[in-house]
Design a protein around this ligand. Sequence first.
Ligand SMILES: Cc1cc2nc3c(=O)[nH]c(=O)nc-3n(C[C@H](O)[C@H](O)[C@H](O)COP(=O)(O)OP(=O)(O)OC[C@H]3O[C@@H](n4cnc5c(N)ncnc54)[C@H](O)[C@@H]3O)c2cc1C
Length: 538
Amino acid sequence: MNEHNGSPAAEVELDALVVGAGITGIYQLYRLREHGFTVKALEAGGGVGGTWYWNRYPGCRFDSESYSYGYFFSPELRDEWTWSEEFAGQPETERYLNFAVDRLGLRPYIEFDARVASAEFSEEQSRWLVTTTAGAVYRARFLITAVGLLSAPVFPAAPGLEEYRGESYHTALWPAAPVDFKGKRVAVVGTGSSGVQIIPFVARDASELTVFQRTANWCTPINNRPISSEKAERIRARFDELHELCLSTPAGFIHRPRDLAAFEVSDADRTAWFQRLYDEPGLTMVMNNFRDITTDAAANAAVTDFIRAKIRERVQDPAVAEMLIPDDHTYGMKRPPLENGYYEVFNQDNVELVSLREEPIERFTPTGLATTRREMDFDMIVLATGFEAATGSLTRMDIRGSGGRELGDHWEAGPRTHLGLQAAGFPNLFIVGGPQSTTGNIPRATEIQADLVTRLLTFMTEQGHSVVTTSREAEDTWIDIVADSVRGTVLENARSWAFGSNIDGKKRAYLLWSGGIPAYRERCEEAFADGFRGFVFG
Ligand SMILES: Cc1cc2nc3c(=O)[nH]c(=O)nc-3n(C[C@H](O)[C@H](O)[C@H](O)COP(=O)(O)OP(=O)(O)OC[C@H]3O[C@@H](n4cnc5c(N)ncnc54)[C@H](O)[C@@H]3O)c2cc1C
């Protein structure tokens, strides 16, 4: 193998190229190297971490329990790393991933500031030719994307942002240098998970904060707390057991739904359970609730009513409280944000809430922005406007398979994959952590995929196969299975990023898999055991 010598003109020949050095790409790189493949990772950012490298905004933190999110495969990482909080903040997670990369000796195999511009499959050579924006060229038998589910930032559709002369930041492209809100008039656009996390920090320091809300969300308290040294030891002692627990629950968390249905208990017991979950750390309200809260309308209404009452209790101005109560979805239809003092922000005199449904932003101006009703001046605009989920980072690269067909064209009517791993007409391309694959506590989902890819590549090498692809029939089967996974749940009718609804003009298609981690794993194992059903070797 030729090692890359750093020159943009160099051409590097590899067994496999991984795109992305977030928690998924790092693991994929590790596994492939462990199995003897020559492999490198290309990373657009200047460091490792993916989500935890880019989202440096104040308040950015896990909603997964820290120890359930980190890697489980390595005794070294287990013994040498201790999480400080139940829900670690961004700096700690970025530190963890840097620690992991160094401890596993992976840093020499990652190229930073290397954004893949295009990737083209050469049928003659059975190789992917990958070019970065800086002009470096890589030639690899296998191309594995680990470019993230929530990594392609979206900006507001309103024009004029480039003319705005104040400070402006997207939460997902936050600078490393501190940003000072003190004494400033700040606009925050967006009240999804990132908006809900950053808003209390802006409200604390800004002289005036105007929050622009398109869609209200059902937020519940994170109830974060430090991890004591005794608990850290208990976690270490139960490490393998915790991993198995995560892999056995629907969403890969340490929580599982109760065996009980919501109306199998008395009204008082039901409310007491909701209150208990409201006071507990993390996503227990959605993960550890009655088993039917997302499948039974009455159960779903009960939990929604409970959280609605909480918002009314916490927000003093009844009109503002009503604005903060979602009217287009019920609890559990979307991944609910976790908050710390979010609702109380709207009791502060320096905070105003503006509904973008009532007065959309028409344009940005040199001094602020104009809605359909008024012009407003701001010293800073913070865009917490989210991501083009699942497909965004893939279709923003120019990936061309057989016959020069572009992946974006192949997915014009929505993503098409077999098991979320391969797309027909894109030989030797593997997608890890992309559309139509299992989600939840993401590393628990993507480690399954990275292991499957490693097994497949090993099998091919052993059998002397040079090319693998999938068929349109296999894609069609998987599309039906994915659609079934969400049918009959409250998620089915959500207007959320999981359906691409946050992107104007994007065709509605379910981008995830809702059947849970155990069922996803089972289906993949079945296909692999059945002679790699759905994969075509050549
Ligand atoms: C603010 C925030 C909080 C979150 N909290 C949680 C949580 O608590 N629990 C949870 O399970 N999930 C959470 N998520 C989801 C999170 O994205 C995943 O947990 C996880 O980080 C995904 O890891 P990944 O490696 O697959 O992708 P990412 O971490 O997104 O990494 C992908 C990498 O690919 C790189 N890349 C993309 N395109 C290119 C290109 N063309 N060329 C080169 N490199 C490229 C990117 O720069 C990035 O570094 C959160 C997401 C956000 C945005």
